[in-house]
Design a protein around this ligand. Structure first.
Ligand code: TXA
Ligand code: MG
Length: 315
C-alpha cells in the first residue's frame, strides 16, 4: 500500500474489485486472518502473489469464492464435500479436491497439482468482494512466507503492503487462526492443517478423519518452520524466566512482558489473540517467548499446531 490510495467502506470494496480485474493485489479481511488476493485465473497476477510473499512456487494457494456452485465447477466435490459445505460454508473450512476445470484456476495457483483447495470465507467484506468480483480469487495469508499470519490491517500492510494496490479494513479478525484444510481425495478424509473448524466438528458430519500423510506432494504447505517470530519459542512453560516474554493462558500474574491469551482459559479467545500477541512479544526482543501449556482438544489442536511450527518442532 506504499503508493496506493487508501479508501474507506464502499469505496474500498469498489477499488478492490477494480484492482482484481486489473491484475493487481488486494489486502482483504477474512474471519480467519487477512489475505492477499489476486484473480486466480490470471497467472501474471498470481505470480505477483508468490513474489510478494517470498513463497516457494511449489506451495499451492487457496481459491476463495462466494458461491459453492463456483466451487463445484472448479473442483470435483463428492458427497462428503457437499455435506461439509452445507454444514460449514461460508466459514473457515478449506476443501482440497481433484481439479475439475483447469481454466478457472491457473496452474501456478495450484502449483501444478491436479488438486485444488477451495474455501468460502464468512467475513461480510470478503463475501462482498468475492461476490462483486464474481470469479475465483487466490488468497494466501497476507504475511511474508514463514511469518505469523496478520490478524489486523496494520499487520498485513506491514508484511505485504508494498505489493498491494488496494486494502480493505475489516477490523481485527474474529477467529485469528487460518482455516482448517481437509483433503477429500481417494481414501479417507485427511486433515492437512487443523484450524477453526475442529476435528470433532468435521467427524460429526463425515465420520473418522485421518492424519495427513507425510507426503510433501499432498500437503506441500506443511513445512516445519512456519508462522515463526524472530525470537525462539519455549513451549509448555509454567512461568517466564528472566529476559523472556510470556504468553499466558488462564489465571496468571500481570507484568510488562506478559500477554495473556485468555485470562478465562477460553480457546476461541486464545486463537483470536495468538498471532498478534506473538508479534507483540517478539517486538520486545526477548531472549525467548515462553508459552503456557494449551489444552490439546477442540480449537487447542490448531493452536498447538501453530505454536509447534513457530517453534520449529513439527516435521
Ligand atoms: O484462513 C485461511 O485459509 C487464509 C485466509 C486468507 O483465507 N489463507 C491461508 O492461505 O491460510 P495460505 O496460502 O497461507 O495457506 C494455504 C494452505 C497451505 O498450507 C497450502 O499448502 C494448502 O493450503 N494447500 C493449498 N492448495 C493445496 C492443495 N492442492 N493440496 C494440498 N494443500 C493445499
Ligand atoms: Mg499462510
Amino acid at each position: 500500500m506504499a503508493g496506493a490510495a487508501r479508501h474507506e467502506g464502499r469505496e474500498a470494496l469498489a477499488a478492490g474489485v477494480r484492482t482484481l480485474r486489473g491484475g493487481g493485489l488486494v489486502i482483504f479481511p477474512t474471519e480467519t486472518v487477512y489475505g492477499l488476493a489476486a484473480d486466480a485465473a490470471n497467472a501474471e497476477a498470481v505470480a505477483k502473489l508468490y513474489l510478494a510473499k517470498g513463497r516457494p512456487a511449489f506451495n499451492p494457494l487457496i481459491i476463495h469464492l462466494s458461491d459453492w456452485r463456483l466451487a463445484a465447477r472448479i473442483a470435483r466435490l463428492d458427497g462428503r464435500a457437499l455435506a461439509l459445505i452445507s454444514a460449514f460454508w461460508p466459514g473457515p473450512l478449506t476443501i482440497v479436491a481433484p481439479v475439475a476445470d483447469e481454466a478457472l484456476v491457473c496452474a501456478l495457483a495450484r502449483a501444478g497439482l491436479d488438486t485444488v483447495a477451495v474455501r468460502a470465507p464468512r467475513h461480510p467484506l470478503a463475501m462482498a468482494l468475492l461476490d462483486r468480483f464474481g470469479g475465483s480469487v487466490a488468497a494466501p495469508s497476507a504475511n511474508r512466507s514463514g511469518r505469523p499470519s496478520p490478524t489486523t490491517l496494520a499487520d498485513a500492510v506491514a508484511e505485504t503492503g508494498d505489493a498491494a494496490s488496494a486494502a480493505i479494513d475489516g477490523g481485527p479478525c474474529e477467529v485469528g487462526l487460518e482455516s482448517t484444510v481437509l483433503a477429500l481425495l481417494d481414501g479417507p478424509p485427511r486433515l492437512l492443517r487443523p484450524g477453526a473448524v475442529t476435528r470433532q466438528e468435521l467427524e460429526a458430519v463425515i465420520g473418522p478423519v485421518a492424519e495427513a500423510l507425510g507426503d510433501a506432494r499432498r500437503s506441500p504447505g506443511r513445512m516445519a518452520r512456519h508462522y515463526a517470530p524472530v525470537s525462539p519459542l519455549r513451549l509448555d512453560a509454567e512461568a517466564p524466566a528472566s529476559g523472556e516474554a510470556f504468553l499466558a493462558f488462564g489465571a496468571s500474574p500481570d507484568g510488562p512482558r506478559i500477554f495473556n491469551l485468555s485470562p478465562t482459559a477460553n480457546l476461541a479467545e486464545a486463537a483470536a489473540n495468538l498471532f498478534s500477541y506473538l508479534r507483540a512479544a517478539d517486538a520486545l526482543n526477548p531472549t525467548a517467548i515462553a508459552v503456557a501449556p494449551i489444552p490439546p482438544s477442540g480449537l487447542g489442536e490448531a493452536i498447538n499446531d501453530r505454536l509447534k511450527r513457530a517453534a520449529g518442532r513439527v516435521g
